[in-house]
Design a protein around this ligand. Sequence first.
Ligand code: URA
Ligand code: ZN
Length: 385
Amino acid sequence: STRLPPSPTPVVDVHTHVYFPRYAAELRARSSAPRILTREGADGKPEERLLILDGEPGSGRPVGPQYWDREEKLEFMKRHHIHISFVSSANPWLDFLSAERASTLAQALNSDLEEYCASSPEVDGFPGLRSLYGFGLLPLVPHVPISSVIQTIEHIKTLPHVSGVIMGTKGVGNGLDDEALEPVWKAIESAGLVVFIHPHYGVDGQAFGTKPNGHVLPLALGFPFETTIAITRLILAGVLDRHPNLRLLLAHSGGALPQLSSRIASCIAHDPVVAKRLKHDARYYLGKLYFDAVAYGSEELAFVSETIARAESYSAAGGSYNANAGSTRMLFGTDHPFFPPLEASQRWQSVEDNLRAIRDVRSWNESAQADVLGLNALRLFSLKY
Ligand code: URA
Ligand code: ZN
């Protein structure tokens, strides 16, 4: 396929991961998953492998400097004409640590992140903007004092290049619909931080059978279903009713949430336990969320865009909607350094697919494309250029 020309407007990647050296060291020191282990590679030389998924098939996945070396991130960005990246720690964050270790490491890793971003090169042609910004970490683990989580949010507020936090779906052990998180949502909302919600656990691995399908089922299905369940629970718990200014960015275009949103709404409306609980029809909440554009296909992006736009018709004002309008809440991402090309290649197919998908959405004009490629991110994170 032909190469895409570079975009004339800023390209901002909101879904791109790192393991800082301090975090990789933590994983290397472990003898059970999540861990980084060393084994003998095909060439007889030692190679490191990443074993992090529940019931991970085989010996995990390759891991190397693409996860921790900033030069590799910048080189990748240059190669794909990405001007700015909002980096986040890759899963499973601090989830597996004790409350004390998670709190200590959160503080250190958030400082690492600020340093990584603050000293990154300025962006050519966009004076005042750095090439790297980031999502910090919270010590969201069982038994953590909520005051430690709030302290971490206070620390992040002092870090000028950290504009949000990434979190999984477990909260402090009972998911994102846990009342214990109420002060956390409140603090995040008033700090104006963006929450990037990202899967890790998938769904019960038994559902995937026993055939050797590599990582396909957990990554292609487990991840997005996990996100779908987590956000549906969060909506059902009234979190978005109580925190209308909370800005949640959903990984992988919200998983199956857009596809299932009318079914969710109907199940709610027909269930005596929840029928009167929420302020709005469930479809309304899609218009309060942000969705990355990591869906790999233009039809899927068009569909997500339309379900976001439709949310307007479930607001108090109601009425019609412009199908193009959903594009203002969708943001380009790559998931780097995951999904590298299997055969050595300069350009990554996974990235090209996501870029092409944005350009091929038939209902998006050039201005909608520019929004999704980068302008939405600059607005969401209040970056002026
Ligand atoms: N695999 C992971 O473990 N995490 C990602 O973010 C993407 C793929
Ligand atoms: Zn990811």
